[in-house]
Design a protein around this ligand. Sequence first.
Ligand code: FES
Length: 382
Amino acid sequence: MNFKKKMFGWMDMLRFKKLVPNRRAEFDKAPATKIPDTYKVNSIAKILHPGNQKATLTGIATETSDTKTYTFSLERKMFFRAGQYVELTAEIDGAVVSRPYAISSSPYKALREKELSVTVKKAGFFSNWLFDNAKVGDEMIIGDPSGFFHYEAIKDEKTVVGIAGGSGITPFYSMAQAIKEGSEDFNLILIYGAKTEKDIAFKDRLDALASGKIKVVYVLSDEKNDKYEHGFITKEIIKKYAPEKYTVMACGPQAMYAFLDKELAAMGIGGKRVKKEANCVGVRDVKKAVYTLTVHIRDEVYTVKADNRETVLVAMERAGLRVPSKCRAGGCGFCHSKLVSGKFSIAGADKRRLADLKFGYIHPCCSYPDSDMELIVPAGLE
Ligand code: FES
């Protein structure tokens, strides 16, 4: 036993003595090329998860009387799935304000040319500010691409019937470009509802894309014209253009969803065959009351006034607090905050995860205050 210990100790000494010459020999064998500043895997990770980045506004194009496309030059390449959205952040009157907007450009442009466009309908505080104030050369922040409103080959049919209302055409326009450039592979039958011919966004570009895997049908509600379908997007119109098997993807205003739900139910279509893009939560129609929010962010405590018609998130933003948000529709969970006390109502369905429910978290983006509240909120964009 003693002998063995001595023997191993001596061998360790020998290895130790050879450590430096062995390392030198390994160094000598290595090629005399510079170690890369970054490895490919890191640059791919950076493209997949670009995080917040500076973006310079390079173009503003009018699409319809109330819709404009804003094109940005990105700091870094970005990968996104056609149909996703990004969060746009700007400083407005000293407050940092963010809104999610659907991407209208193609994935190729963001990945190869560091260019990204969002198409915005003039409605709400941020969009109005963009319409009235944004100018070429302005710098804003663009966040990670997010959302699940994109084609999923593993569960979607090979043909998607895309139903768009108004500016809800935006993600489908990105999808049509992606199909054409080959970064998405499915058949898209796009049924696009607008009030009049003048309200059709991207018309010339959609017409140019419509061939092969892409078909576009326009449905005008307020104008009769032989070139287009007339009325709302009914089950008869869907049946007329859809093949036997298809997945429905819909993006548009809440009123369109309410109508579409009935039409699809009458056709026996629902469940996983239907995907709808959620709309940002707006104001609620109740008698005005003002409550006090006590907000803990890291080591700071803020007292904020909250109008009960607006969400808790809007109240915090109005007070200039930098708090996290992405979808503003209750779906992503990015804004989730711990409720210490107080009552609230949720806009629409409660989309919180089970863990959030169990541990007392709420989504301020879709919660209206019904009393004074106290919350612990994660810090937002620095
Ligand atoms: S911002 Fe997505 S859940 Fe609140």
